[in-house]
Design a binder for this molecule. Structure first.
Ligand code: FPP
Length: 225
């Protein structure tokens, strides 16, 4: 049976969830942050799951209206500050991925603080993808490697990425069927699950069902059974 050691999620649908209820889009992000908490706790209680990587802010999300971007930054800072204790209690190590240099100094400090204070945790690794884009990640890795004499190998490139771990199960909520520049290298052999549920409505029960289906898939990695 397959093990979903590394689960990655594109958390889509916050805005539509809010609009459907006649609320402002930011209310969807607020509810979405609560779902981040419940899904992380669920994964931390399941020893089969080693990594959970969540797409929280893409390199393209800066194009959103200024107020929405500002709200997302504040929400992230609040979430990381308030949840630090839960990370530690649940033995979750926080390892952000993405180009963090674009964020405010204060947010960078908060991110670094959670990373340092959870560095000793040896349970689930939760990665938030922050100012993350797969193409940007690969470009940064190649630029870091380019000044050496040897040809770049697959292992070298993989180790130079922010996320060095292949994805087993990639889920996208919100009804769209695309990868939106998320973990393109790492998801080379991931099983892809697309569900219509909007992220604020996504539950641990739905995740459990997806994991159950995943365990029964025959994964061949390009070979034969
Ligand atoms: C997509 O919804 C979601 C995002 C832009 C980022 C995800 C953000 C959260 C889950 C909340 C904050 C997270 C943390 C960790 C505090 P959308 O706005 O694209 O929805 P839409 O497709 O319905 O417009």
């Amino acid at each position: 049976m397959n093990r979903a050691k590394h689960i990655a999620i594109i958390m889509d649908g916050n805005g539509r969830w809010a609009e459907l209820q006649g609320k402002k889009r930011i209310k969807g992000h607020e509810k979405g942050a609560q779902v981040v908490k419940s899904i992380t706790t669920f994964c931390s209680e399941n020893p089969e799951i080693e990594r959970l990587t969540l797409y929280a802010f893409s390199t393209e999300n800066w194009k959103r209206p200024r107020l929405e971007v500002e709200f997302l930054m504040k929400l992230l800072e609040k979430h990381l500050t308030n949840e630090l204790n839960s990370y530690i209690v649940n033995n979750v190590r926080f390892e952000p991925i993405g180009d963090l240099r674009e964020f405010s100094k204060s947010l960078q400090k908060t991110i670094q603080n959670v990373k340092e204070k959870t560095a000793h945790c040896d349970g689930l690794v939760q990665s938030l993808a922050l100012n993350y884009g797969s193409q940007n990640e690969i470009l940064r890795a190649v630029n870091n490697l380019k000044n050496q004499d040897d040809d770049i190998t697959q292992v070298m490139l993989s180790n130079a990425l922010d996320c060095k771990h292949s994805v087993d199960l990639l889920i996208r909520t919100g009804g769209d069927h695309r990868l939106s520049n998320f973990l393109l290298w790492q998801a080379a052999y991931a099983e892809l699950f697309f569900c219509d549920t909007l992220w604020p409505d996504f539950t641990t029960e739905e995740l459990e069902k997806i994991i159950k289906k995943f365990t029964k898939i025959e994964r061949r990695f390009g070979g034969l059974k």
